[in-house]
Design a protein around this ligand. Structure first.
Ligand SMILES: C[S@@+](CC[C@H](N)C(=O)[O-])C[C@H]1O[C@@H](n2cnc3c(N)ncnc32)[C@H](O)[C@@H]1O
Length: 209
């Protein structure tokens, strides 16, 4: 049960005074996963969700795609394997060729993106991160992750603002997008920007042979 203060969390609602949750635990409303799966074929992927929380992304991936999903988190929240600090990971679980998460906010998000890219590079794998829509605009520190980055492959803008705190009042302030990198992307191809409302998302299904 969330405290009254958590329901007023300004990180999600845009208010000035707020209380941050431990470990920046804000579970992703699962329909947002469908928006990624509408544009990116995840059906044959072996995915690592390295900040899985209570499994909101992982469970949805397992429901709407035929991907395998390996789930870990720094904190044990009763789903996946706890006690794994992604930023210190030096081994990638066997077969993993894609990392997908909604990382902890602020300074850690960039570290997560860079770490995921580093781990996926030798495997020619992919990375998808659920971040504020303006994340590609808001810092002078990370333009190298976008324009000209050899793996930057797509931005999927979700046209319904996610409500991260169930039952919270007021309109969610922030729009979100999936940022996708793919080390197997052909050289010189551009990264399209796509738009999708969760109600219209139809995850790509694996072809039945
Ligand atoms: C915004 S929540 C998202 C949870 C889940 N990915 C989802 O979308 O529902 C961020 C999660 O990152 C986890 N976390 C924070 N620092 C971490 C780290 N260094 N390594 C792994 N997980 C971490 C937190 O415990 C929390 O569950």
């Amino acid at each position: 049960m969330l405290s009254e203060a958590a329901h007023r969390d300004g990180a999600m609602l845009g208010q000035v005074v707020y209380e941050r949750r431990e470990g920046d635990f804000y579970p992703t409303p699962p329909e947002n996963v469908d928006c990624l799966a509408h544009f990116v074929d995840l059906s044959k992927r072996v995915i690592w969700e390295p900040a899985c929380g209570e499994g909101h992304i992982s469970k949805r991936l397992l429901k709407v795609t035929t991907a395998s999903v390996y789930s870990t988190d720094l904190h044990d929240r009763g789903y996946g394997r706890g006690g794994i600090d992604f930023l210190r990971a030096d081994v990638t679980p066997r077969g993993v060729n894609m990392i997908i998460t909604n990382p902890p906010f602020a300074d850690l998000a960039e570290a997560f993106v860079r770490k995921a890219l580093e781990l996926m590079r030798p495997r020619g794998g992919s990375v998808a991160m659920f971040l504020r829509n303006e994340w590609d605009m808001s810092s002078e520190d990370r333009p190298d992750l976008f324009e000209g980055h050899p793996a930057y492959a797509m931005k999927v803008c979700v046209t319904k603002r996610p409500r991260f705190i169930e039952g919270s009042k007021g309109s969610p302030r922030h729009s979100y997008a999936w940022f996708v990198w793919d080390w197997a992307k052909p050289a010189g191809t551009l990264a399209p920007i796509r738009y999708i409302h969760p109600n219209n998302a139809r995850p790509i299904r694996a072809a039945i042979n």
